[in-house]
Design a binder for this molecule. Structure first.
Ligand code: KMH
Ligand code: ZN
Length: 277
């Protein structure tokens, strides 16, 4: 177990809006403000969904390029992890566009699930194979997004068949309406289902965020926070910035005797190539 904790900030998401919390970023300037607040507070990874200025989610390659360049200028060594999940209803081709920019890392969703109401987040076996092949071809480190136990099983099946290559890094996303709930038992069960040597982070959606952060810190896991997962800092009170959520993880981690990984340390822990200087 690494003493160092990697903090990911999921700064924007595709489902949350400024009506829910006015600090959710839409414009490039707002993205830079949110990314920098998280980076300055200790985030090593920025998980990125793109939007147009009016807030509409997009996987447009050129919008990603602009956002990545602007964030990189403000946060020079941070790891930027574009989403290949995008928003529900997008096609595989649409979702894969940010991989054409050869980012260091990207999310790779490992199963289909309900996503509230009539929404379905589609990730068929063949899509996962196709997305993984694209990432292998372009040297992109996948973060294996698992919203349920069956997603972990699917990822491990594809590892055995050679479609996904170790070292494996999982993101266990709990508390989505349609995925597994976020009880301590859920997290324990899912972490115990991972193979020896895999690294993992937890994303607790909504109210599950704080208890799961405590638990994952104690278990040696890594942590994701940010507006994509949680808009409220305390019950009924909106978060002021992504950085505010990261600051809380930093405080809790230090109390539990864990240090915060820099982006370069995160690359090493995750088995990624060192950053080109
Ligand atoms: N917005 C969700 C439909 C990912 O980033 O890879 C998908 C998602 C997962 O957020
Ligand atoms: Zn996402």
């Amino acid at each position: 177990m690494s003493n160092k904790v990697i903090i990911t900030a999921a700064i924007s998401g595709a489902e949350v809006t400024q009506e829910m919390n006015p600090m959710v970023p839409y414009t490039v300037e707002e993205y830079v403000r949110e990314a920098k607040s998280a980076y300055d507070a200790g985030a090593a990874i920025i998980h990125l969904h793109a939007r147009w200025d009016d807030g509409t989610p997009t996987q447009d390659r050129e919008r990603f390029r602009v956002l990545i360049d602007a964030i990189q200028e403000a946060c020079p060594d941070v790891i930027i992890q574009p989403s290949t999940g995008g928003a529900t209803g997008m096609t595989a081709e649409e979702r894969l566009q940010p991989t054409e920019l050869n980012p260091e890392m990207a999310s790779l969703d490992c199963g289909t699930l309900n996503f509230g109401g009539d929404e379905i987040f589609v990730n068929t076996e063949n899509m996962i194979i196709e997305f993984s092949a694209r990432m292998i071809e372009r040297g992109i480190k996948p973060e294996l997004e698992c919203f349920d136990k069956s997603h972990i099983d699917m990822a491990l099946r594809l590892v055995r068949r050679g479609h996904i290559h170790p070292p494996l890094h999982f993101n266990i996303v709990l508390g989505v309406n349609g995925g597994a709930t976020g009880t301590p038992r859920d997290l324990l069960f899912l972490v115990e289902s991972l193979p020896e040597g895999a690294t993992w982070t937890v994303s607790g959606v909504g109210r599950t965020q704080l208890p799961l952060t405590f638990m994952a810190l104690a278990m040696g896991g890594h942590i994701r926070v940010g507006f994509e997962d949680n808009l409220q800092y305390t019950r009924g009170v909106n978060g002021e910035s992504n950085g505010q959520f990261v600051e809380r993880v930093v405080r809790l981690a230090r109390e539990l005797g864990r240090d915060i990984a820099t982006p370069d340390e995160a690359r090493e822990i995750l088995g990624m190539p060192a950053r080109k200087q």
